[in-house]
Design a binder for this molecule. Sequence first.
Ligand code: SF4
Length: 660
Amino acid sequence: MDSMINRYTADRKIRSDDAYTPGDVGGKRPDRAAIVYSQRCREAYPDVPIILGGIEGSLRRIAHYDYWSDKVRRSIVVDSKCDLLLYGNAERAIVEIAHRLAAKVPVHDIVDVRGTAFVRRQTPEGWFEIDSTTVDTPGHVEAHINPYLMISDQARENGATCAREDEAQTVADLQNAANPSSLPSSSVKPLQFVPSPSMPALRGKGTHKVPPRDLSVIRLPSYEQVKSDPVLYAHANRVLHLETNPGNARCLVQAHGEGHTARDVWMTPPPIPLTTAEMDAVFDLPYARSPHPSYADENGSHDGATKIPAWEMIRFSVNIMRGCFGGCTFCSITEHEGRIIQSRSEASVLREIEDIRDKVKGFTGVISDLGGPTANMYRLGCKSPEIESACRKPSCVYPGICSNLTTDHGPLIQMYRKARSLKGIKKILIGSGLRYDLAVQSPEYVKELVTHHVGGYLKIAPEHTESGPLSKMMKPGIGTYDRFKSLFDKFSAEAGKKQFLVPYFIAAHPGTSDEDMMNLAVWLKKNGFRADQVQTFYPSPMATATAMYHTAKNPLRKISRESEKVDVVKGEKRRRLHKAFLRYHDAKHWPLLREALKAMGRSDLIGNGKHHLIPTWQPLSDDYQSARRKNSTPGSLKSKAPRPGQLLTQHTGLPPRKKS
Ligand code: SF4
């Protein structure tokens, strides 16, 4: 867990609790723990190489916008002074680096392992540097003249002709036809130029020759540039996201500092995904399946005062895959785990369920989740490895499901069936988030899920109803939610179960106008939803939506100084308003909503009818609580609507009189 996200709310307020700490106690870890721990290790063991890993380092591998200090920070490689940063799932890199260090290879010579970042003074010889430090490309740029080609040859290479020289050529052709003896004899050898063997060859045809990917490095705008220029920040973010497919990603380099402090942060391409056999080997290791004994209470257990809430959540859950090809812009999972799904074998998953059943204290027969970043991407992926390794799309399911994507939920259905038939297993719940646009491709899967694996409520995340914000989130339209809901309702009824969908929404996401939030609130009211908890957009490091938030640019499209501007919801008042729309039913927000609706010219939504969003009246404030009430179970704190015919006063619901 990222130490900042763990410690602060989306409104930058300090949390009093910490689900990852024994006893749920907040404040036990330092802010920016990865940097602090790395520095302490350096102080304690100055000669020991520091290899930094984990999600906090992974998502800060290049210069990044830091929401908590509201500024762009340097790569964590520079700030932590680590020798190597391992980003993403790093099993391969850890093993490789451990072997090399054991063979006494100096850590600074380890510069070719995938999924690493480190500091380098300069680009080594033999590498092609692709300059991507600017977004200004003013029109068509002429290719350099090749000194070894005639202008007409060069023109032909470009698919054009050179009129002047072609004229000369026509004349020469005519002359040669009239006098064949003037043609050069075959013994005359023309001069040939051959590329130097010490230089890697360019690849491709015609003028579109490109350096080999494995020897190409893209130079991003420097830290100093992205810090002072939001457009270059958005551009760097876009380039980073384009270079995330292990099948075609190139190295990236970003300069930090100037003059004598100048150095480059160099990033190798992302790790190659693990095969199923490798995933099984990782998951089949003999894990303790318990928090560290030092966190136990006086009875040696983890159920009392030292209970760790996050452990409770994962204690009986099984991770079946990793990676996500959804590409939701507010989420950073793809930047960490990648877009290619890495699945365990069915046998390995079933073995783990049996292991939990047999070894974990307190198991009652209920598995709380069989999932991963997404519940239903198990064994899904591109139909062809060749196509997959050439693809640079940020999502396989947006704007629609890619025709190359396999959406067969068969292996997952089969695994659910086998898992719930294991001896001693009473129930298998699915707690991970469901990608419902994929699920509707397989009604059989929805049936299986709804009939056997829903505990009354199923949380799903349409995130919004309006196309503006949805397009900035890369999420499907609300029509897909409706399709899923009708399947959910149908199969629940067939199973004789009363089950409910609980949709989740995000307030204040980049690209969301006040009208979008109002429309969402109207949709919620129409569909009878009253959100208990609401999520305001939380700009996490490196996410595309965070780049939108910081720069008001859209990195999903090519960035230029004139490219699309995004409506960014900043400032406490506007973020509060967006949140208030999600909680339209909470009387506390009504004054703010009334004011906003009037300003938006939508006073028609204020009234006491069913079709109105909020009423004209205000209940007596329940902010004040007498000591007696505080110490007792609240009775009816709910606001009461006035009875028909009741005279409205300030005591029965009218807003306070305006002071003149
Ligand atoms: S081609 Fe389609 S399915 Fe294949 S990786 Fe690209 S987006 Fe995904």
